[in-house]
Design a protein around this ligand. Structure first.
Ligand SMILES: Cc1cc2nc3c(=O)[nH]c(=O)nc-3n(C[C@H](O)[C@H](O)[C@H](O)COP(=O)(O)OP(=O)(O)OC[C@H]3O[C@@H](n4cnc5c(N)ncnc54)[C@H](O)[C@@H]3O)c2cc1C
Length: 471
């Protein structure tokens, strides 16, 4: 990602006063970055998709300061777009090209007061803390936050998008591991909804924590999060298994689940095109020309690696060419696919999920649709087959014009295969944003749209929260 801004101004330059200067005066030095003075590139440059137009950035450091920002925004009719690590992939964390009256509220200074409770195996953390930083705090207690992915998002962003990640098969998604939240609403009182709790059982009716998880910043600004940590495994072992047919992946998965449960932590399937991308990003993996390969991880007590070897040895598919690798070495190709694809050209990405049995047909049907419609593009699929999720990427070579009309047409074609042909979802784990909002509108029943609108109106009657492209 691009570098973050500095707070230094040009000495002697005269800048007209703007409403955001009121906030700068109230919140103190470093809290406001002005688009006309500071480098705000990193806040308008997404991990994927078009760069946003210039906006001011506000960086509150406490929940009370977040309330100050929201109160100010209500007074001025300014939209507030919450942003964590800006690693989201559906365009929801950066402003549109023409942002209008909008500020980015970065949570990067919401970092104080993280508490890990080793007896409870829980943590309460500020929204701006990164996933890796929570792990550092949990590690001395033999614990970790097991939602693991190729980026290092903020905890607030993870709650807002309900991150899945590579180990969802074993540890669930963020919804499953979130015990409570603290959220600043944009209602008249600028209320703080506080469901922070660290016990795991709470049956007092509608679970508002669950409602906030996955809401993409549309209901409020998440300021603190209570999470369920997991015990660090004593032993982790990984193997790449080359596969001759996509169907073999499901046979292997079923076998490993029966033989290894509960040790099986991840089951990823990667196409040859995706492995080629990993190689260009510096992490080649030789799978002997196989069209797909599965990355299998087991984690648990000492001996888990032996259990993997035994289970692979008795698999009903050919595993003789399997590569046992140390975990860091095994995951490096998987985690560098996105970087490799971005180097290859313009990526039009899709994050879909279907019932697991439909995965092989989904992949081949999508490849056929892409080849027929956009023969100049490369199709690369990879993802979390263990939980039915797969990333379907259409990569146009550098220099090939990819306008909004092309992007929309590719999205429509690929989502139609996943949703209409195979009964799946157009957003498996990346949440909702401008990149897939049209499909939310197209596929969400009127009663669900009405309920969501009522919720948004209750939390934010002026409609100032979230990306303007959210449904
Ligand atoms: C290389 C790479 C690999 C990835 N792999 C995965 C993966 O395996 N699984 C997966 O699920 N995702 C994956 N992602 C996507 C991304 O990392 C997740 O969506 C992540 O949870 C976003 O967190 P963030 O802090 O970066 O949020 P941002 O990108 O800053 O924001 C995302 C959304 O959350 C909202 N938001 C952020 N913070 C707050 C807050 N405090 N309160 C309210 N709303 C807020 C934003 O407005 C926006 O709508 C990957 C991304 C990259 C670049």
């Amino acid at each position: 990602m691009a570098s973050r801004g500095s707070t230094y101004g040009i000495i002697g330059a005269v800048r007209p006063a703007r409403p955001v200067d009121e906030l700068a005066a109230e919140l103190g030095p470093g809290a406001v970055l002005r688009a006309d003075r500071d480098d705000t590139t990193g806040y308008v440059t997404p991990a994927r998709g078009p760069t946003g137009g210039p906006v001011d950035v506000v960086r509150p450091a406490t929940t009370e300061e977040v309330r100050t920002v929201v109160r100010w925004a209500r007074e001025h009719g300014t939209r507030v777009l919450a942003q964590g690590a800006n690693s989201g992939l559906v365009g929801a964390s950066t402003p549109p090209r023409h942002p209008g009256d909008l500020v980015v509220l970065s949570t990067e200074r919401l970092r104080r007061g993280a508490v890990v409770d080793p007896v409870d195996r829980t943590a309460v953390v500020p929204a701006g803390l990164r996933r890796s930083e929570l792990d550092e705090l949990a590690a001395p207690h033999g614990l970790w936050f097991p939602i693991d992915l190729g980026a290092d998002p903020s905890l607030g962003g993870m709650v807002a998008t309900n991150t899945g990640g590579a180990r969802m098969l074993r540890h669930g998604d963020v919804r499953r591991r979130t015990l409570g939240v603290e959220v600043v609403l944009a209602d008249e009182a600028v209320s703080v909804l506080d469901t922070l709790r660290t016990f795991r059982k709470d049956n007092r009716g509608i679970d508002l924590t669950d409602v906030v998880v996955g809401s993409s910043g549309a209901l409020g600004v998440v300021t603190r999060v209570a999470v369920d940590l997991a015990v660090r495994p004593d032993e982790t072992a990984c193997a790449w298994v080359p596969l001759r047919r996509a169907e073999d992946a499901l046979v292997l998965l079923g076998h490993l689940e029966r033989r290894l449960d509960p040790l099986l932590a991840a089951f990823e399937v990667v196409s040859a095109a995706a492995l080629d991308a990993a190689a260009t990003a510096g992490h080649p993996l030789d799978v002997g020309g196989a069209p797909w390969a599965a990355l299998v991880e087991v984690a648990g007590p000492v001996g888990s690696g032996d259990a993997l070897v035994a289970a692979a040895g008795s698999a009903p598919v050919d595993t003789s060419a399997a590569l046992l690798l140390p975990p860091a070495r095994a995951w490096a190709p998987r985690h560098s696919i996105s970087e490799g694809l971005a180097r290859a050209g313009t990526v039009v990405g899709h994050d879909v999920a279907v019932p697991r049995a439909a995965l092989p047909a989904l992949v081949s049907d999508t490849a056929a649709v892409v080849a027929a419609g956009w023969p100049e593009a490369t199709f690369a699929d990879f993802g979390h087959w263990g939980d039915g999720g797969v990333h379907l990427n259409v990569v146009f070579p550098h220099g090939h014009p990819v306008g909004d009309d092309v992007v929309d047409a590719v999205h429509d074609a690929v989502f139609a295969v996943a949703v209409e042909q195979h009964g799946g979802t157009f957003s498996a784990e990346h949440g909702i944003g401008p990149a897939n909002a049209a499909w939310w509108r197209r596929t969400t029943p009127p009663v669900a749209v009405a309920l969501r609108t009522s919720l948004r109106t209750a939390c934010d009657p002026l409609g100032i929260l979230g990306h303007p492209g959210l449904p």
